[in-house]
Design a protein around this ligand. Sequence first.
Ligand code: ASP
Ligand code: MG
Length: 418
Amino acid sequence: MKVYKFGGASVRNADGVRNLHKIIGGEQHLFVIVSAMGKTTNALEKVFEGVRQGDRIAAQEHIDGLKRYHAEIIDDLWHGPTHLPRVDAFFDELERIAAETAYRSEDAELLYDTIVAFGELVSTTIISEYLRFAETPNRWIDMRCCLRTELRHKDAAVDLEASAPLLRQAMADARETVFVGQGFIGGAPDGTTTTLGREGSDYSAAVVANLLDAESMSVWKDVDGVLNADPKIFPDAVQIAELNYLDTIELAYSGAQIIHPKTIKPLQNKHIPLYVRPFGDKRKPGTVIRDMSAPVQVPILILKKNQVLLTVRSRDFSFVLEEKFSAIFSLLERYRLKANLIHNSAVNLSLCVDDTWHIGEAIEALRAAGFDVMKAERMELLTIRGYTPELWERYAVGPQVFIRQSTQTTVRIVRKRN
Ligand code: ASP
Ligand code: MG
């Protein structure tokens, strides 16, 4: 069995879906994991925002936009106005949820997951039906019933042991040898839908590869392979032919958009190689990630955007702030803030965190617990692995640099966005 994963960009229009069909070719024993089409997840986040802010009209407008967008793709694929009843049913359900759910802050993540999951449910339905239409028999798999996750919405981890029999059962007795399932989504033990974190489809594919002891996993992307930096931000990016698992985890953790950070472990545990390949050209080699690759020789630059820098100080000026670390971190955990970089002095603790919708509440709670908190917005976190003097000059100095942490090989810089 092989696992193929197609991201949103590769299925953003009808040509992309036809190309997916071409890449699958006559391949047998294939599990295909697909993300939501194009920017659908972003639009669904806006539907959620509409419900959260009580603006049902805005929510419905975003749903209408999504219906038009998918209808166009369907009409193009089937060469004329076509309705797929299963797609219509998903949109009806989404509309009902957006119109009828009363928003409660404590259920924010649950509602978010329930809404954004529709992107993958719809994309896989269209793709599965199109493949059948194009004479590639396949079975649509509902991953909400196959990937059993923890009860943690918006960023759930998959329980491999519990999922194995569920996935096997869903695939049992199939005459088809091609399976199509959603990336990004799973189901909690209480029956609710969970998501695995933005860009989590890679992780879904890795979990499926692990559970099925796949011979390989391939991610089909709109780039030729893994680059040492985002070419949109750093102009002289170059492609890397081979990476080992460890370097890949470091890269992904620092915010490299190549692969979701949780993807590597399920693959590494079963020594499954991961290919990152361009969907535009099946003949190009792409990048392979596996055990034995040597460490990378070029500097690697990773930019994590949308960061906030919090500086926390104990109001009683206690000099041993370490004593308060556990109180601070348990508050961060409660409000789901993840510290991407931590810097401390005798009296201050600085934390670079993702800008999320719970930051205000977390700051309030820290203040109530006796801390002064300062917040600097519009920050970004730049990590350079294998920095050179030139790169240091260019990025690690200057008035926009707030914090700089370095080892012999790696420097991490919190800086004001310009
Ligand atoms: N559709 C989800 C997202 O855009 C998951 C993924 O693409 O991997 O984040
Ligand atoms: Mg995506």
